[in-house]
Design a protein around this ligand. Structure first.
Ligand SMILES: C[S@@+](CC[C@H](N)C(=O)[O-])C[C@H]1O[C@@H](n2cnc3c(N)ncnc32)[C@H](O)[C@@H]1O
Ligand SMILES: [Zn+2]
Length: 310
């Protein structure tokens, strides 16, 4: 996956964050950068794996809300990201209807209440995390029993890396299990490693797709993005067994009966990242935790759960 390293690294609870604050990911990575094919191929995959309807979906590491139009079947959509600059872009486009909830937070200091989410999504996010197992556990806890997590990860054992390694043009092996950090806070993951970590975090994988097989400059120049994405769509499912594409999408489910409970509509959304209490009192400018006294600001429609020492 092409790298985008953001501005700087920060440390919270000892874990570095790939900080996109103040960058324009959209302008610097997507718009006018010849990535229409990747965008379309990812949309095909996400549409296939996403439960089409539900009460509450959270897009984790949502950025500027690139994929938000795919969430039309959800009553409430939570866009969560560490960078407020991306969330502001999303807000400018998607508005403040109340259907969209904008949350600035660190994945490692997750502010969502246990069982509060029906569906979680993360696309192009796990590759920035040095502690994926911790993130997978936090997301599993926020999902209701039988909830769904659709995730994307950058595949270490992709065809290009395999060919380069076998022809001795690349020193690192794509076949070993451990994550490969190709640039600071940009990791590729081996499918077997990811499968094991997902199982350990309590997910049952029920579908997978291999995506973006034709991410190649010459092909992208010769063939229109929509045709190339259509071709990718044709092989995403059959090629999933081989997992040689640069990008892998999986659908995981947490244990449970898979039925949303009608009463769940009133579920609390937030839990205090400091003490985990759900007793948060909301005013116009803050959410104050009744248990530990922490005050989390609400600024221009963005709930901010980042710690002041971040
Ligand atoms: C490559 S962008 C992907 C954005 C969006 N998912 C998309 O596909 O267009 C990665 C996003 O992950 C966010 N991110 C990285 N580390 C994070 C963390 N520890 N907590 C919350 N967000 C994080 C970044 O701020 C950035 O917006
Ligand atoms: Zn608290």
């Amino acid at each position: 996956m092409a790298s985008f390293t953001g501005n700087s690294d920060r440390t919270t609870s000892g874990r570095a964050i790939c900080n996109y604050e103040g960058t324009s990911y959209r302008a610097e990575f997507w718009d006018g950068h010849g990535r229409e094919y990747e965008d379309l191929a990812e949309r095909i995959a996400l549409r296939r794996l996403l439960p089409p309807r539900g009460q509450r979906l959270v897009d984790i590491g949502a950025g500027f809300g690139r994929l938000a139009d795919l969430y039309d079947g959800y009553e409430q959509v939570v866009l969560l990201d560490y960078a407020t600059s991306g969330l502001r872009e999303a807000q400018a486009r998607l508005g403040r209807s109340g259907r969209f909830v904008y949350v600035a937070a660190n994945i490692y200091e997750f502010p969502l209440a246990p069982g509060s989410i029906d569906t979680a999504v993360s696309v192009r996010v796990l590759h920035h995390l040095s502690d994926v197992p911790a993130a997978l556990r936090a997301i599993a806890l926020a999902l209701r029993p039988g909830g769904t997590y659709v995730l994307e990860y950058a595949n270490k054992r992709n065809l290009k890396a395999v060919a380069r390694y076998l022809s001795r043009r690349q020193s690192w092996s794509p076949f070993t299990a451990e994550p490969y950090e190709f640039t600071k806070l940009n990791f590729d993951f081996h499918p077997a490693w990811m499968a094991r970590e997902l199982a350990q975090a309590g997910y049952r994988i029920d579908a997978g797709l291999a995506v973006s097989h034709f991410r190649q400059r010459l092909l992208k120049r010769l063939i229109p993005a929509s045709s190339l994405a259509g071709l990718d769509g044709l092989i995403q499912r059959p090629a999933a067994a081989l997992k040689l594409a640069p990008s892998i999408f999986l659908r995981g489910r947490t244990n449970g009966d898979g039925q949303a409970n009608r009463r769940d509509a009133e579920r609390a959304l937030f839990a205090c990242p400091t003490c985990r209490s759900q007793a948060l009192v909301e005013s116009e400018s803050a959410l104050v935790c009744s248990q530990c006294g922490a005050a989390w600001t609400i600024s221009d429609g963005i709930y901010d759960f980042r710690r002041s020492d971040d």
